[in-house]
Design a protein around this ligand. Structure first.
Ligand SMILES: O=C(O)C(=O)C[C@]1(C(=O)O)C=C[C@@H](O)C=C1
Length: 375
């Protein structure tokens, strides 16, 4: 092994690396064969259930709770010198390829290509999943509901690509479940085509939220250049490639996709700009041990209604991670609450809270329990 103080030559160390790569490759192949065996077992179980006359079920190849456990364990046991997250990303890709051997996944995302939602889909499912762009959040839901796609990825919080409230509204009418969450650090760059010089720029295009998130930087560096809000950062990048004088604000995905150059990197006014996305699917996810649950709940419009809804959480000592309000579409001046908290619907304390809320509310819809983001 390459230890400090070791005086082997470059050739010798490279010979070590070659031998290690061979072993890693053999182990990855062995792992992939295990995944194939897992797929056979899953199929046999579903066939046996069908023969026993149990309800018609689909084979569920993708297991988010298991993936979260595998990735968490990798981070926890990591001893360096690589960062735990770096190693986990490598395993993310290995699992993604293993799953594709079992069954290739189709994942709908709010497009177009090159958006942060696509980056979130790839971060969550790895590069082996086939990511299919959709024009609207509604059509991401529709693709998963119809079975055209296995899963969907939509923005939910502080997004540069879509309306959060629109995602929440979709959940009110949909039978889909949340099967995961993705957090993505958003880094914006000023991008131009290789034939566009700094002095050629006459217009800077981006999604309106990206323009807003870079306002101070733009005021400082490009105070006299026109800014134009377009439908997405991906679209802005496409324009930068095709229209002379246009520069785009967008992320790495868009820069790579359209082969654009970065005139300036990380131009967002606030570092730690994170967007959160939800993964939607048709199945409920079993507990991973580190889960979150989302519900929609609506109460009668009377004083103290919100307090009554939240009190069971306080009594049980369960942390809320998010609460949003949307106007009810059926009753004037009534509201529905979108509440997220730590724990799984199968946990006893969570089941008790939900039972209590059911008594207090006029509507309670569990949207699913899912593993907390690991990466
Ligand atoms: O454990 C399983 O159920 C598998 O299918 C194996 C595996 C993996 O490669 O580790 C692959 C896909 C699943 O989403 C989870 C894990």
């Amino acid at each position: 092994m390459a230890e400090s103080g070791d005086n082997r030559s470059l050739e010798q160390v490279r010979a070590d690396i070659d031998a290690i790569d061979r072993e890693i490759q053999q182990l990855i192949s062995r792992r992939a064969r295990c995944a194939q065996r897992v797929a056979d077992i899953k199929l046999a179980e579903v066939q046996a259930a069908r023969e026993a006359g149990e309800a018609e079920t689909e084979v569920v190849y993708y297991r988010p709770e298991r993936e979260a456990q595998v990735l968490k364990r990798i981070i926890d046991r990591n001893e360096g010198p690589l960062e735990g997250e770096t190693v986990a990303h490598i395993f993310r890709e290995i699992m993604s390829s293993c799953l594709a051997l079992e069954k290739p996944l189709q994942v709908a995302f709010l497009g177009p290509e090159g958006t942060f939602t696509q980056a979130a889909a790839i971060k969550h499912f790895g590069h082996a999943a086939l990511c299919v762009p959709q024009g609207t959040i509604d059509s991401v839901f529709a693709q998963v509901e119809s079975g055209e796609c296995n899963y969907g990825v939509v923005p939910v919080e502080n997004s540069t690509e879509g309306m959060v409230s629109h995602t929440l509204d979709n959940f009110m009418d949909s039978g889909l479940k949340i099967s995961g969450e993705v957090e993505l650090a958003i880094a914006h760059h000023l991008l131009v085509a290789s034939h566009t010089g700094k002095d050629d720029i006459t217009r800077i295009c981006a999604h309106q939220q990206a323009l807003a998130q870079c306002r101070n930087w733009l005021d400082g560096h490009w105070p006299h250049v026109e800014r134009e809000a377009v439908s997405s950062n991906g679209e802005a990048a496409r324009m930068a490639l095709e229209i002379p004088g246009v520069a785009a604000i967008a992320g790495d995905m868009a820069a790579d996709l359209y082969g654009l150059e970065k005139l300036a990197e990380n131009i967002e006014d606030y570092a730690d700009n994170t967007t959160r996305f939800l993964v939607i699917g048709r199945e409920e996810v079993p507990p991973s041990g580190r889960d979150k649950t989302s519900i929609i709940v609506s109460s009668r419009n009377k004083p103290g209604a919100l307090f009554t809804l939240l009190d069971p959480f306080r009594k049980a000592g369960v942390s809320l991670t998010r609460i949003d309000t949307r106007p009810s579409r059926t009753e004037k001046w009534a509201y529905v609450f979108f509440i997220e908290f730590e724990g799984h619907l199968q946990d006893e304390n969570i089941a008790a809270i939900v039972a209590e809320l059911e008594e207090q509310s006029i509507l309670l819809k569990p949207l699913g329990s899912y593993p907390r983001a690991v990466l």
